[in-house]
Design a protein around this ligand. Structure first.
Ligand code: SF4
Length: 404
């Protein structure tokens, strides 16, 4: 891919010129990030599995109210992997990206991934039209005639059959043939991530996957051995591995964060470095929403995890272990009688740990009514079934109070 490692000076110069023209409204923080013309060459690159493409190991997540100036600065600072979806901000993220990539003429300098979120009924011979129609709309918003990779967005265990459906595979092959996508993959943060990855390794036609993976999963015998096993399988099959949600944010832990901050410890930096330490993971997609996040992550991409960071992060992991939901809903949701505990706790995390209050409320309120009927659920039995000791009764009641 041209320019993803910042080696193509022509593209770089062209982009910086475009930045000057477009940069009238930029802030001091933007200027600081753009001031170093060598910065674009300084985000390390990796080869992304069987795609064979060189991409930056730091990717930009876009599921927030993106500003064009932020996107522009991230690219100028050397981030050349962008992850988006038709569903982010209800298509607005794709529109913002399209506008910036066209204006700055940097489309070919970035590895661009988008996702199809409207595939629920796609199967057999009918799958091709579903994927093509959605992709065409994404391409129009992104102002491009191709994306580097196209994903099935947020596949769940219930949809695992799609991966062995010849019609779905043929749909992606057709899009590749038409030159509209270069590669294909999926994203998954479902409770059945293990089963999904097992199937990805088995069917063999997906080029890359994006999975929920953080310091609570990395290494250690008490850390989800099955997940490690299927990541190994995908890695051996040379499937590109992209991590998301690397912060492993627990709910309701400001006091514990305060203790760490007093020790001069930046948990966010240690968490992202820990995932990069896993040699099987090639890219971390991070949702950077401030220039300070961007600077910190770029600096972290060039550094190793220190022994002190590893020790303090482990301390933090132990302190918050019973406040982090691993998403293994199959273990507690039978008792909860139709209430999707893992999903609700994920939304509570968006609200409390990520500060995405409005988005968390919208997601919660879009759940079917039956999913919110806590009175009918046996939350005490669900709590007893949780192997991680989460106080489910308290957390679910708090979720209902904050998100309803
Ligand atoms: S509450 Fe416990 S059992 Fe339920 S999904 Fe979360 S970690 Fe798994």
């Amino acid at each position: 891919m041209d320019g993803c490692d910042g080696s193509r000076g022509g593209n770089r110069r062209r982009f910086l010129q475009a930045t000057v023209v477009a940069g009238a409204a930029l802030t001091t923080a933007d200027t600081l990030l753009a001031a170093d013309p060598k910065a674009g060459a300084s985000v390390p690159t990796v080869t992304l599995g069987k795609t064979g493409q060189k991409v930056t190991k730091l990717g930009m997540g876009t599921s927030w109210a993106l500003s064009p100036s932020f996107v522009q600065r991230a690219i100028a600072a050397g981030v050349r992997y962008i992850d988006t979806s038709e569903s982010y901000e209800n298509t607005v993220a794709e529109k913002v990206l399209g506008e910036v990539l066209e204006r700055t003429k940097t489309r070919k300098d970035v590895y661009l991934v988008t996702k199809n979120a409207g595939y629920r009924n796609a199967k057999g011979a009918g799958a091709a039209k579903v994927f093509e129609d959605h992709l065409n709309a994404s391409l129009e918003r992104l102002k491009t005639d191709y994306v580097d990779c196209y994903y099935i967005h947020g596949i769940t265990g219930a949809q695992i059959g799609m991966l062995s459906d010849p019609g779905v595979k043929a749909a992606f092959e057709g899009l590749k043939k038409a030159g509209k996508i270069k590669f294909c993959g999926l994203s998954c943060h479902d409770a059945q991530l293990v089963e999904v990855l097992d199937e990805v390794a088995k069917v063999g036609w997906l080029d890359q996957v994006m999975i929920k993976y953080n310091f609570r999963d990395v290494g250690g015998k008490d850390r989800h051995d099955d997940l490690q096993r299927v990541i190994d399988k995908c890695s051996k099959a040379n499937v590109g591995l992209v991590a998301m949600k690397t912060q492993g944010g627990a709910v309701n832990f400001p006091d514990k964060m305060k203790q760490l901050a007093e020790k001069g410890f930046k948990k966010e930096v240690a968490a992202i470095k820990t995932v990069w330490q896993d040699q099987r993971i090639q890219v971390v997609v991070s949702e950077m929403t401030t220039f300070s996040d961007l600077r910190e992550n770029i600096a972290a991409s060039r550094d190793e995890l220190t022994a002190r960071e590893a020790r303090l992060l482990e301390e933090h992991r132990k302190l918050t272990a019973n406040l982090y939901c691993h998403g293994c809903g199959h273990l507690c949701e039978t008792a909860a009688r139709g209430v999707p505990v893992a999903t609700v706790l994920r939304y509570l995390r968006y609200y409390e740990a990520y500060g995405k209050r409005e988005q968390a409320r919208q997601l919660y309120q879009a759940l079917p009514q039956v999913s919110r009927l806590l009175v009918d659920a046996n939350l005490h039995a669900a709590e007893a079934a949780c192997p991680h000791g989460l106080p489910i009764v308290d957390l679910m009641n708090r979720a209902a109070m904050r998100l309803a």
